[in-house]
Design a protein around this ligand. Structure first.
Ligand SMILES: [Ca+2]
Ligand SMILES: [Ca+2]
Length: 205
């Protein structure tokens, strides 16, 4: 008889556990998968706004209004991923603003987004040239090539904004690491199970 009761209790625990786990995964406020208008390209999430061209300052403000920053390209892999996306989506020949600039000191390129010197650059041959002594903002262009590279351009020229989603402060957010979501899910499954087990422990007392 005790065995039957134990089996029934285990079964009920399992059902309760599955129900609670289901609620965890369906909660839109936690671990949300909705990234709109940001899309994943490679390891980061970007909002590439091709609706309207604007100068570098306006592009920086646009990104901030979406809780993001102008893109800071940090590696060959990121440059390749962005270039591939842009060329295969019909953007060859267009200009795209990045966070890079040498507004503070000529030739010393910084990222507006990180506040630090640029750690990576893939310049078009002959760039940066600070043409007319007035090119202080970095954009991506193809300039008669088939891939996007960097060029310093007048900050008041027109270009499209590439906004980069910030790394989330909590482990449930997106974009920080591919392993974050599974870790978060496993942790919550364990919490749900412990809560379910505690309910029965209370009833036993
Ligand atoms: Ca310059
Ligand atoms: Ca230039």
């Amino acid at each position: 008889m005790k065995k039957v009761i134990a089996m029934i209790r285990s079964f009920i625990q399992l059902i309760l556990f599955l129900c609670m786990a289901s609620n965890v995964f369906s909660n839109p406020d936690e671990c949300s998968a909705d990234t709109h208008p940001f899309i994943q390209i490679g390891r980061k999430y970007y909002f590439i706004n091709t609706a309207v061209q604007m100068n570098w300052f306006a592009a920086a403000h646009l990104c901030r209004s979406y809780g993001s920053d102008l893109v800071t390209v940090e590696s060959d892999a990121e440059m390749d991923d962005l270039s591939f996306y842009l060329t295969t989506n019909g953007h060859t020949g267009q200009y795209f603003w990045t966070s890079g600039n040498d507004l503070i000191a000529e030739g010393q390129f910084m990222s507006l987004s990180t506040g630090r010197p640029l750690s990576y650059a893939r310049w078009t041959a002959g760039e940066p040239d600070n043409a007319n002594n007035n090119e202080n903002c970095i954009h991506l262009w193809t300039n008669y090539e088939t891939v996007f590279k960097m060029n310093d351009m007048s900050c008041t020229a027109d270009g499209y904004a590439i906004c980069e989603r910030r790394k989330p402060p909590n482990p449930c957010g997106l974009g920080n690491s591919e392993n974050m979501l599974p870790k978060c899910a496993v942790k919550r499954l364990m919490q749900a199970y412990m809560q379910a087990a505690n309910i029965f422990n209370c009833r036993d007392q």
